[in-house]
Design a protein around this ligand. Sequence first.
Ligand code: UFG
Length: 350
Amino acid sequence: MPGQTTRSGRARRRAPARRYNRIVPNILVTGGAGYIGSLTTYQLLQRGFEVLVVDDLSRGHRQNVPPHLLRVVHLQETAALAPLLAGVDAVVHFAAFIAVGESAREPELYFSNNVGGTLSLLAAMARAGVKRLVFSSTAAVYGNPETIPIPEDAPLAPVSPYGESKLIVERMLRQLDEFRGLRSVALRYFNACGALPEAGLGEQHEPETHLIPLLLRAVDSGEPVKIFGEDYPTPDGTCIRDYIHVTDLAQAHLAALDYLLEGGASGVFNAGTGRGQSVMEVMRAVEEVTGRKVPYVIAPRRPGDAAELVADSAKLRRTLGWKPVRSDLHRIVQDAWEFYQSARAGASRP
Ligand code: UFG
């Protein structure tokens, strides 16, 4: 990635920092070696921000971050975080475990990593006097919602330790706004998907549980993918989700940073497109893009899956001036397929 390295190891670029009075903002990204974190880091660098990434690489990938910008630190090492926060204008906090099923099997791990890790980060931020944070929350805080599309003020009733861990952090942030003057934006992600193949960045979870990479793997391997339930109260019987292209989601973080750096108040925003698509519709898009049939079997419902999760994204559009530009389902699948193929070619190279 282009950029000159300063003494602190951060990349300095010449691009102007748009509307800010001060010089280039200094951003610390936690979990920047992961899927959404690496895409956002890439876009921050494109915008000319100074960026430092903190990641313990327990789930992220080293090659997703320019080496001189990466500090391999676990979030619970508060003392090691503090010096990295000196002079930082805002933190974008992705680092967390994200697998709903795993969280049901190992709730302590999720509370320790997602809540404990965040608490340690917040303590280090307080010490360093950093007052702005963008936080990765999730639609899982709503559990099984009664209203579709889901507004931000819908009841919060997570049905997994993962969703609960994110809600606990949202609640901590509300208190820190009042008692520490910490201004934060929590983005409640819907279904992040797609890739930025030209940057070599995309989804590589291990094990993979997400629909689109699994459909692509099925096309490629010939091994059938399981469709979890076709008896939901939806038009074709399969679950409906709000699929948001990861580059649009990354842009929502940049919009949130702009907002906070310009003095915006703390808030919670749904990050989705407002449009829902069923599992069968996604499968058809995969068949159209790849030109191949997806082998599949119908399996029982997956515990914890809501029939329909679609964002009311009016607040994000109105307050942060955000709009999706790459979230068309075909574009999503096309980018994911291109990334899948190049990652596979890379993996099979000697
Ligand atoms: N699905 C299948 N077969 C699979 C995988 C998924 O049929 O092999 C279905 C699921 O049942 C669901 C849809 O595809 O209906 C999407 O499933 P994903 O696992 O891709 O995504 P989820 O909607 O379950 O989860 C996403 C995020 C979570 C977040 C959740 C919020 O990945 O981190 O939305 O509800 F918690």
